[in-house]
Design a protein around this ligand. Structure first.
Ligand SMILES: [Zn+2]
Length: 318
């Protein structure tokens, strides 16, 4: 986020990838169902449901603007949260799995939990943000890797994986974070990826674009939600290693990019890629598409706030 100071030429603000274009946009008619239902809310906030139980990641919906991020103290925006939940017809959520405690993942998770009845699963830092929002302790759980949790038909496993390279605001939040708070107060804490196993298919969610070698050895997933944030700033070699660890090794045949959008725009507006001074999505996507072609994988971008059905995995039809 340091690079935002360097805004100058108008050209760098123009997005050069349109994820709603044919060939990139998710097409329901390509998918044989019924599988799990998924709603994308931008960044790495997704809701995955089997009709009985619903699991959300992050729950970041306020999406404060760049001006607010730079100059103001941040506070969750009830109107924006309620708008997004209403548009996506979200009522009850069982669990909110929070990747890490930067604002664009964790700043709303406590409030979304209060509005949906969910339990927030996160690092100690993430739980301190939710505590600052007066979320009851009964709705807070510390993530313990190696201890899968069950929510109806979902088995959820958290993996501690690295944040994308050179993160801002490293460190922990060691006290309840009462908003409004500066961006710098949202310290990283630990970072997690999540595997959701279900009879309708397995989904691996990697919110932050980085990898730990062998972290997903033995993991099988039909679908990977692949974090793309700042991937355009990394080398081609990094991108290939990331892909191999997360997509190739898990055998996924469908990749749904997440965290590719400009997280400082309201969900009332269409999602657009991060501006060029932050990232280079065209470069990242070109590299990913070459790897996808090599491995017979399809990459598709989910629409915002709209439920779609994932392909059925595991050969189960019931
Ligand atoms: Zn982050």
């Amino acid at each position: 986020m340091v690079a935002i100071i360097s805004v100058g030429c108008s050209g760098v603000l123009r997005p050069d990838v349109d994820p709603s274009a044919p060939g990139l946009a998710y097409r329901q008619d390509e998918v044989a169902g019924p599988g799990l239902s998924v709603v994308f809310f931008g960044t790495s906030t997704v809701l995955i449901s089997d009709g009985k139980n619903a699991i959300m990641t992050d729950g970041f919906l306020s999406r404060p603007s760049w001006l607010q991020l730079i100059f103001a103290r941040l506070q969750s925006n009830h109107d924006e949260i309620d708008f997004a939940l209403r548009q996506a017809k979200v009522e009850k959520v069982d669990a909110i799995l929070v990747a890490h405690s930067h604002h664009d993942h964790a700043m709303d998770s406590g409030l979304v939990a209060q509005k949906t009845g969910a339990i927030v699963y996160g690092s100690a830092s993430t739980l301190n943000i939710a505590r600052g929002q007066k979320t009851p302790e009964t709705q807070l759980r510390l993530i313990k890797t190696g201890q899968p949790l069950l929510a109806g038909g979902f088995k959820i496993t958290a993996f501690e994986t690295p944040h994308s390279p050179e993160p801002i605001n490293v460190g922990d939040i060691d006290h309840p974070l009462d908003g409004p708070a500066r961006l710098s107060a949202y310290k990283l804490g630990a970072n997690f990826s999540f595997l959701l196993e279900h009879r309708l298919g397995n989904v691996l969610i990697v919110p932050s674009a980085n990898y730990k070698p062998h972290a997903f050895d033995g993991v099988h997933a039909q679908v990977v939600m692949l974090g793309m944030g700042l991937l355009g700033k990394q080398s081609a070699e990094f991108t290939e290693r990331y892909w191999d660890e997360v997509v190739r090794k898990t055998g996924a045949k469908l990749v749904l990019p997440v965290h590719w959008d400009d997280f400082a725009r309201s969900l009332r507006e269409p999602l657009v890629p991060l501006p060029r001074f932050m990232d280079n999505m065209a470069v990242a996507l070109e590299r990913l598409e070459a790897l996808a072609k090599r491995d017979g994988v399809t990459i598709r971008f989910l629409p915002a706030l709209q439920a779609v059905t994932l392909p059925v995995g595991n050969g189960s039809k019931d």
